[in-house]
Write a protein that binds this ligand. Sequence first.
Ligand code: IMP
Length: 187
Amino acid sequence: MGIFAIFASHMSLVTLHNKQFKPYILADVIHERVSQVAGNLSADLKNSFPLFVVVLNGSFIFAADLVKMLKFPCEISFVKLSSYEGTGSTGKVHEIIGLTETTENRTVVIIEDIVDTGTTLEKLHDLLKHKGAEQIKTATLLFKPMAYKKTIPVDYICMEIPNDFVVGYGLDYNGLGRNLKDIYVLA
Ligand code: IMP
């Protein structure tokens, strides 16, 4: 956590609902890590014509930045799942918007904002396997290794963080904070 916090120390706190958040990961650092992952995805998948499956809502900014850096043919689709209320995982996942694109015999890349317990990821992974995907990879902006309870490999990780609640760059606290360009952590 330290390295991100030091660079952001001159910035101010933000209040979302009843909680205060302090700067944690600056936009420049996020951009650098996203481009590294874009480079890795390009090297591995440029000849696979993959389908990117973006998990809404939280992944929308990450996905938009990431796909602009990919210079190879690909398709992009969106699903909406949720396992979260407030600052604690409910353990329940609801599929709200289903997948309509063909996944059979394809390389599919799940794009997540954050992998916490892994419940959302596992659910989507199972669904895509059931729909005949040949190869399923996962790319996430943030990964909380200490919270992760599943065995599915998380292949592309921009940043690992401790078990803290974060907002910004697409991530919210009860609907607020998604539009912050930097990532903030509970103060
Ligand atoms: P999981 O199913 O427990 O892995 O949780 C994944 C989902 O929970 C993410 O896609 C987020 O929507 C939400 N989530 C987990 N941790 C955080 C956080 O620190 N801030 C905001 N949302 C989070």
